[in-house]
Write a protein of this length. Structure first.
Length: 225
């Protein structure tokens, strides 16, 4: 169930300007694809989508396939190319596979999609749910074998790469000194690799993101908003 804090404004409830018939099945689906593309940080070479429950039964009629594929290719909710995203993916030799799962939703919500992207040397998996009005929540993130479980709306700052706990603590302190309003941090560290997601209470400015990224240039920063 969606909570008040899952929405940033009344416009999240009304829904965004969008292509397609449904804010949940189209606009929200674009944003799930966008989230995966943002973390991949490059054009995908392959896109695999696992649908659950409502998404599994209605994705063809509601344009969810076009929406997620378009989002994974970097298109926003009102981009005219979404209507042709699967054809464009085929032209660009991007492999697209769509799987209708029959079990209980992986995201504990009927509008659930697990999106897997491969590109360059990165493998990314995002489990996202569309909760209405074009608003999404992220339930899990996988990057190159590291995984975090979560249950958060946007904005989210995702950081991954080679770093130990000391580096992560310095990074978080730097963000706090820049008045970044962090609601919660979710992290996993395996030897010298880390995956960190910061759920933010307000938007992050591009200037601060650039400054932090330059200081910690060995890490990958992905801002999902």
């Amino acid at each position: 169930m969606a909570r008040k804090q899952d929405y940033q404004s009344a416009f999240d409830v009304i829904g965004p300007i969008m292509m397609g018939p449904s804010s949940s099945h189209t606009a929200g689906a674009v944003k799930i694809g966008n989230a995966a593309r943002t973390i991949l940080q490059t054009n995908p070479q392959s896109i695999t989508i696992h649908y659950y429950e409502s998404f599994a039964s209605t994705h063809k009629g509601h344009g969810t396939d076009l929406a997620i594929v378009g989002g994974a290719m970097g298109y926003n909710t009102f981009d005219e190319r979404i209507k042709h995203s699967i054809d464009i993916a085929e032209e660009q030799q991007i492999d697209v596979e769509i799987i209708e799962e029959t079990g209980t939703s992986l995201g504990e919500h009927p509008n659930c999609a697990l999106v897997k992207l491969d590109g360059s040397d990165r493998h990314v998996e995002i489990n996202g749910i569309s909760i209405g009005g074009g608003t999404i929540k992220i339930k899990s993130i996988h990057i190159n074998g590291l995984c975090i479980l979560m249950n958060h709306g946007l904005p989210i700052l995702v950081i991954d790469g080679k770093a130990n706990i000391a580096v992560i603590n310095h990074l978080i302190n730097d963000l706090i000194e820049h008045d970044i309003d962090i609601n919660e941090e979710i992290k996993t560290i395996n030897k010298d690799k880390c995956l960190l997601a910061l759920h933010l209470n307000k938007q992050l400015s591009e200037a601060i993101l650039t400054e932090i990224n330059e200081k910690y240039n060995d890490l990958n920063f992905s801002y999902i908003n």
